[in-house]
Design a protein around this ligand. Structure first.
Ligand code: FEO
Length: 384
């Protein structure tokens, strides 16, 4: 597939995958992108997941015919992109492999060799001329692995971004970009906001007309929209006005309290109230919603003298990703000795710029007039 100038898409779609990275649900599959730049020299940007080696090489051959690629550029060593480096270098014995010192360190660990006779070592700001296209390498450490680099082609104004700007989903399935890109970002890259900010600063000096990520569609229009979203996400900013209620419920009483709060918020004009049952819905969806909105409510039971397990997992997911700059309300339920609210607050003690609402709702087994009244007060406080 032609992208622009001499750049072609040679990636593959994976509809066999059940869980991406072993835990993310991907009902629409996954795309492992790869690109060919045909110039005086031919470069291939990244390999693909192990199962798709021959399909990928077939596409490379379709793009370049009988010619031989000169370079395989490795922007990211996670095996969904690196597992076929060996297949490629066997198929094209004169090709060189391009990476930085960390790329080759990881290559040796994963595949037993770093191809010492075929390496081209590059560093931040290093360039590789293919002819008209001169590729400039921008290291992007911990976005989301240490060896990651972006690559800018000034001739075509194309930025290759490794996992950055990627999304879940194969390319033969129509899907809204932001929804699955946000889930991907906060699931996989979200912990590394500061590092994303660093690479975005480098990118801001470049004229970018096309973004070629290693997952998801090639982005060709309205590039500012994607850059702005990445800036909001990586600076832990609030993307959408609204409130997210995340709940767990054992016999339905905590759910009833969460739904009552949702009703009250909507009746009072809250523009958007998202709600999720953490035990039954995709946890990664809830994580992205927690980062999307500026206010969240955690509704859960006391269980084994602690917080209910799915809520514990959810909070851990938020803390691992540096959750910050948010207001949190709590609805706790406990039939004797409720402690969930206290333990939730303790877990966020070291988080930056977290404000708890003055009102905490305590349900003693089931809603009563007192807890309904507290929900009214919490709704009002959240909307202030
Ligand atoms: Fe798409 Fe971090 O691998």
């Amino acid at each position: 597939m032609f992208i622009r100038d001499d750049i072609f898409y040679v990636g593959v779609n994976d509809h066999e995958i059940d869980l991406f990275e072993g835990h993310f649900e991907v009902p629409d599959g996954m795309a492992y992108n790869s690109y060919v730049i045909k110039d005086d020299k031919i470069a291939v940007m990244d390999a693909v997941e192990i199962k798709f080696g021959q399909e990928w090489l077939g596409k490379v051959r379709e793009a370049i015919g009988d010619k031989e690629p000169d370079y395989l550029i490795v922007q990211h060593m996670e095996p969904d992109h690196s597992a076929n480096i060996g297949t490629f270098l066997e198929a094209y014995p004169n090709a060189k492999v391009v990476g930085n010192s960390k790329t080759f360190m990881l290559m040796k660990k994963f595949y037993g060799t770093d191809y010492p006779d075929r390496q081209i070592l590059v560093d931040d700001g290093g360039t590789l001329s293919l002819g008209r296209h001169v590729l400039k390498f921008l290291t992007a450490p911990m976005v989301h692995w240490p060896e990651v680099m972006f690559t800018y082609d000034e001739y075509s104004k194309v930025l290759f971004t490794a996992d950055g700007f990627g999304k879940f989903g194969a390319l033969d399935v129509e899907a809204d970009w932001a929804c699955e890109a946000r889930r991907y970002y906060f699931g996989i890259i979200g912990k590394y906001g500061m590092m994303v900010q660093t690479i975005l600063k480098k990118v801001s000096a470049l004229a970018v007309e096309t973004i070629c990520p290693l997952h998801g569609p090639v982005l060709t229009e309205n590039i500012g929209y994607y850059l702005d979203l990445y800036n909001t996400w990586s600076s832990y900013g609030v993307e959408s006005e609204g409130i997210f209620i995340a709940y767990t419920s054992v016999y339905g009483h905590t759910k009833e309290a969460a739904l009552l709060l949702k009703d009250k918020l909507e009746a009072s004009g809250c523009p958007k109230v998202a709600i999720a049952d953490l035990a039954r819905e995709d946890m990664a969806e809830s994580v992205e919603d927690a980062f999307r909105y500026g206010k969240i409510v955690l509704a859960t039971t006391t269980y084994n003298g602690d917080i209910f397990p799915y809520m514990r997992e959810f909070i851990n997911d938020l803390l691992e990703r540096g959750y910050q700059n948010r207001t949190i309300g709590i609805i706790e339920n406990g039939s004797w000795g409720p402690v969930a609210a206290r333990f939730i607050k303790q877990r966020f003690e070291k988080s930056k710029n977290i404000t708890f609402t003055d009102t905490t709702v305590t349900v003693n087994s089931a809603l009563d007039d007192v807890s309904r009244g507290q929900i009214d007060v919490l709704a009002a406080e959240l909307l202030r």
